[in-house]
Design a protein. Structure first.
Ligand code: ZN
Length: 278
């Protein structure tokens, strides 16, 4: 196992240099164009073509996915206890494992026996560089740069765009938003919360506000997200708020800087993915 993932409260994609991101994105695009010119990208299809075997099984909490090297061949295990086969999360995990195969340094570590197998967790919270690289590769493989850019061209960031492209690329909201903010440079913050507590957040480099108005990781009380936890209200459309409703230390006069808050609800899990932009 190459460094099991350590959990952290923040996404730190910034740990991968811009140069390295370009290399990984180009590699992923090349593979997507070569093996899967149509959308959506099918990791199973790519594995079939290059001769990597795989199976879906019940592995409880042990891992999301695992790439194993034995007898000169590679095998990918996918855990249906974490995500049903072909769900956005399972597809991402599959693409992540393919990353460990296609990224030379990762594959060589397995081939040289430095790591007999590689267990992965797909939750966007790793701080291990090998995991981050595989995650980044996975997002670039499922959303190849040129096609993704063309689909975003001239379209405003909106719930409709999120839904349309999640559907087209068969990816989760988190995966889509990470890719979108990197490609389009829209100032966006994404907050994942559960039971009114912030589980993790990340923001694009140019997002102006860094400090959420939060006590012990709670959601700010004047917000659409807080209304869901307090009263079960689910808004279909983005809500208009002011920066000071969500953030501390802002350099604007009160009631002058408008922000938009859009919630993607997972009622079953008492979770919300909150997207804030302006
Ligand atoms: Zn991994």
């Amino acid at each position: 196992m190459i460094g099991r993932e350590q959990r952290k409260n923040n996404i730190e994609q910034n740990k991968i240099s811009i140069q390295r991101k370009r290399v990984l994105s180009a590699l992923a695009s090349y593979i997507a164009d070569l093996y899967n010119p149509q959308l959506p990208i099918l990791p199973e299809r790519i594995a079939d073509i290059i001769g990597i075997s795989y199976n879906y099984g019940n592995y409880e909490d042990y891992f999301d996915g695992m790439l194993e090297h034995s007898n000169g061949g590679f095998h990918i295990y996918l855990n249906v206890d974490k995500a049903p086969s072909n769900s956005p999360r399972s597809r991402f995990t599959f693409a992540h494992e393919l990353g460990h195969y296609f990224i030379n340094e990762h594959r060589q570590a397995l081939e040289l026996g430095l790591a007999p197998s590689h267990q992965s967790f797909t939750n966007f919270q790793s701080e291990n560089i090998v995991e981050l690289e595989a995650d980044y590769f996975a997002s670039c493989l499922l959303m190849p740069e040129d096609r993704f850019r063309a689909d975003c061209l001239g379209k405003k960031f909106s719930p409709q765009l999120i839904k349309e492209l999640m559907d087209r690329y068969q990816v989760s909201a988190s995966a889509f938003l990470l890719r979108y903010t990197f490609i389009e440079n829209v100032p966006v913050m994404v907050i994942c919360s559960k039971g009114n507590k912030i589980a993790w957040k990340w923001e694009s480099d140019d997002f102006e506000f860094k400090y959420i108005k939060s006590l012990s990781r709670s959601i700010p009380s004047i917000s659409a997200t807080a209304e869901f936890y307090a009263k079960g209200i689910e808004y279909i459309d983005p809500q208009n708020l002011y920066a000071e409703d969500w953030f501390n230390y802002i350099s604007h006069e009160p009631n002058t800087f408008g922000i938009k808050e859009y919630c993607i609800y997972a009622k079953r899990y008492n979770m919300v993915l909150t997207v804030i932009w302006y």
